[in-house]
Design a protein around this ligand. Structure first.
Ligand code: SF4
Ligand code: SF4
Length: 218
């Protein structure tokens, strides 16, 4: 009875003969289409110019940091992926032109959804996003990027922080674009808050030893 119904259907539709090969239709069509296979990672894909990738903490043209430690990015983040601790600059140890700087800055890429809300919230354009997308890691700890990892590299005319503000300028001048490079003679200050030892004190331990090792050996 069932076979009769089956034959009836084939007679009605007229497709019985083609059924065994009809399923290959999609396969045959795909054989003549352009291949979509990408040779990644041998040939990395170029992203769109405004692709949301890894973050970057930017610097002013003289190397001072743009982050003022205000935490607005952390408050804007829907994934609670940013941790910021601000601190006061001093004349002896200055990281940004104004009163405060970001002493601790971390982004947890195990949480981040790369939505970009944090960079919209940043009032100083300290935080932007790069096109870098290779962020995968097998360790959760490695996915927490520190300030040192996020801070932009030094370009020509910059001196690494901490260092003094450009003489004769104030914070507003930096945002007006009046500071275009580090003043002649600008040198990096000693980062006492990070446990660095001043040159004179370090020399008491003997020549050639890195300061960190001398502290360990006391
Ligand atoms: S991109 Fe989005 S999820 Fe990632 S840190 Fe910024 S606000 Fe949070
Ligand atoms: S990155 Fe921008 S929003 Fe975040 S703490 Fe620094 S200045 Fe504030």
């Amino acid at each position: 009875m069932a076979d009769e119904q089956h034959d009836e259907q084939h007679k009605e539709t007229g497709t019985g003969f083609l059924n065994p090969v009809a399923g290959f239709g999609v396969t045959f069509k795909a054989m003549f289409k352009k291949r979509l296979t990408e040779q990644y990672p041998e040939q990395p894909k170029t992203t769109a110019p405004r692709f949301h990738g890894r973050h970057q903490l930017n610097r002013h043209p003289d190397g001072l940091e743009k982050c003022v430690g205000c935490e607005l990015c952390a408050w804007a983040c829907p994934a609670d992926a940013i941790y910021v601790e601000g601190a006061d600059n001093t004349d002896e140890e200055r990281y940004s032109p104004g009163e405060r700087y970001g002493r601790v800055y971390q982004i947890n890429y195990a949480r981040c959804i790369l939505c970009g809300l944090c960079i919209e919230a940043c009032p100083t354009r300290a935080l932007t996003m790069t096109n870098e997308f290779e962020l995968a890691d097998s360790s959760r700890a490695n996915l927490i990027y520190t300030k040192e990892q996020l801070l932009a590299g030094l370009e020509e005319g910059m001196v690494d922080t901490p260092h003094a503000i450009h003489p004769g300028t104030d914070e507003q001048d930096y945002y007006r674009g009046l500071v275009t490079e580090a003043a002649p003679g600008t040198t990096r200050q000693v980062a006492l808050s990070k446990g660095e030892v001043p040159q004179e004190a370090a020399s008491d331990f003997g020549p050639g030893e890195p300061a960190s090792e001398k502290v360990v050996g006391r």
